[in-house]
Design a protein around this ligand. Sequence first.
Ligand SMILES: Cc1ncc(C[n+]2csc(CCOP(=O)(O)OP(=O)(O)O)c2C)c(N)n1
Length: 642
Amino acid sequence: MLIEPGKLLATINSPQDLKKLKQDQLVQLTRELRQFIIDNVSVYGGHFGASLGVVELTVALHYVFNTPVDQLVWDVGHQAYGHKILTGRREKFHTNRLYGGLSGFPKRTESIYDTFGVGHSSTSISAALGMAMASSYLKHSDKQHIAVIGDGAMTAGLAFEAMNHAGVSNCNLLIILNDNCMSIDPNVGALKNYLTDITTSKTYNKVKDELWHALGKLSKFGSSAREVVSKVENGIKSVLLKQSNLFEALNLRYFGPVDGHDVDHLVHVLGDLQSIPGPKILHCITIKGKGFPEAEKNQTKWHAPGQFDKVTGVIHKKVYDTPQPPNYQQVFGHTIVELAEVNDKIMGITPAMPSGSSMNIMMEVMPDRAIDVGIAEQHAVTYSAGLATQGIIPFCNVYSTFMQRAYDQVIHDVCIQNLPVNFCLDRAGFAGADGPTHHGAYDLAYMRCLPNMIVSAPMNESELRNLMYTAQLPRKEKAFTIRYPRGQGVMPDWRTPMREIPIGTGRMILEGEDLAILTIGHVGNYAVEACQKLQEHQLYPAHFDMRFVKPLDEEMLHRIFTRYSKILTVEDGCLLGGFGSAIIEFMADHGYNAKVKRLGIPDRVVEHGQQIELQRETGFDPKAIANTAITLMAGHTAESYR
Ligand SMILES: Cc1ncc(C[n+]2csc(CCOP(=O)(O)OP(=O)(O)O)c2C)c(N)n1
């Protein structure tokens, strides 16, 4: 379906075209850009509210700054749709997040305007500061460097590390704080309260207004602007301002708050800030979902709503005739509540993903026992470790990809101290349309090499429940990782009674001959499908769901290696150092000599697409498993099974 841009937008193929517009045309352009985003996302899906909220900012930034020479860095990048559309990707925008199409995030290989690849939050200030330092070293003194960061992303330690550094630098760095009071869920923590205070404080706004008044005269002063600014600062940025402003205290000049939906004013303000040297921050107030009433009203739901009817605002949901399996996320959310109702030591921790992980279910019914700590994975892990020292049983739920950020905390604060913390790693395996920044590809490998760590993956809903049940049983030591993918399991009737799974035990799914297929986690269901197909070809491999990557079920493996000379391992994780590697290590350590073939995520960056498309591409979908099994068992070529 071809989506037509508005008349003005149709003329913009680069920021150079944008600069040809008169300033009084910008409001019309923002309307058209907003509509184009609505038209596209309603049909093709993707992130929504965040991009709508920065339409005016995006237009103003590209209108004022000399991109791509000036370096514009978007934090997270889920809000950069307007940026993509204005920087030559309008005609391809309908491929956004689709297999082979545009990435949903800024990506250096996609456009010269994408100065830094993003997806994970809170990197923008560090990256822009690095660029600014480089420019200063290379004597590109006129070059501007702008980081656009949300109030949610600002809660992360990394953002503060960067500001701490920026404050003692002399770089041309402009931080734009896009404050909409929202993360995906409502933003949390003391910083949020501070930003609200600063936005509503009368004293503050009086000082601010005076400052802007003075700044408004800047253009008249031409090259003496810097002098004027310092006078203005000395004059009205009083002791009060310095002491009461967090950013000023870090030596960043603070400007704002300004209305982030007033494109005219933004152009004016950004123009002025261009001539103010050194690190500075502009505080913009915006509304997430601006311009689409449903999205403004329910900002969490409309963060990434999927396809919807742009007229009625109704989100399209697939309708099925038969009961469907739940998402693993829902199973986690309900099961932790069930367990916590009986075991009062259980607590839930999420770093900024209450609705994504379904921790919000527990937060709703047990608000004092389930907490969102903000975009702060490192803190979430160490905080959980602290809880564990006092006998609490923490279930720290972190997306597999975001746990990468807290790796040292897992090692230093949990494993070395041998603390019984439970980690539920969500979105393990391919994340799908979010792409390589979000794939949970590495967790099996990065967790299994750690001492005092149990690593498991459920093959279905019931197994997830059992693993969670097992993880909350009294245990004095060892961390316990349970990783599961995004999306549906396989059991419509999933509320099965829970039982303990002895740690380090696998289970046989299918008895067979010649070949043993060893799987870990949800991809075991692909092997089940493959085995059914193979039986039609009179091929009968055995199938084992190993359940634990660490400790491995050694007894079972001894039996397997004694009985089978051909082994096929399947995992939705990286092949280097993952589950298959563990099996080969076992084989080598015990002197077995089987023919082993490993299927999983190869050693390269796998782009975005639906999970199944990516599994097909990388060769571990049901068909690829069956074909590999045929090759191994009968020496046939992979083509023999279609
Ligand atoms: C390290 C990391 N943790 C979690 C996320 C998931 N995430 C994506 S966007 C988002 C909220 C960002 O909020 P904010 O920066 O205020 O931007 P807004 O969506 O409100 O525009 C979160 C938590 C992430 N991308 N990176």
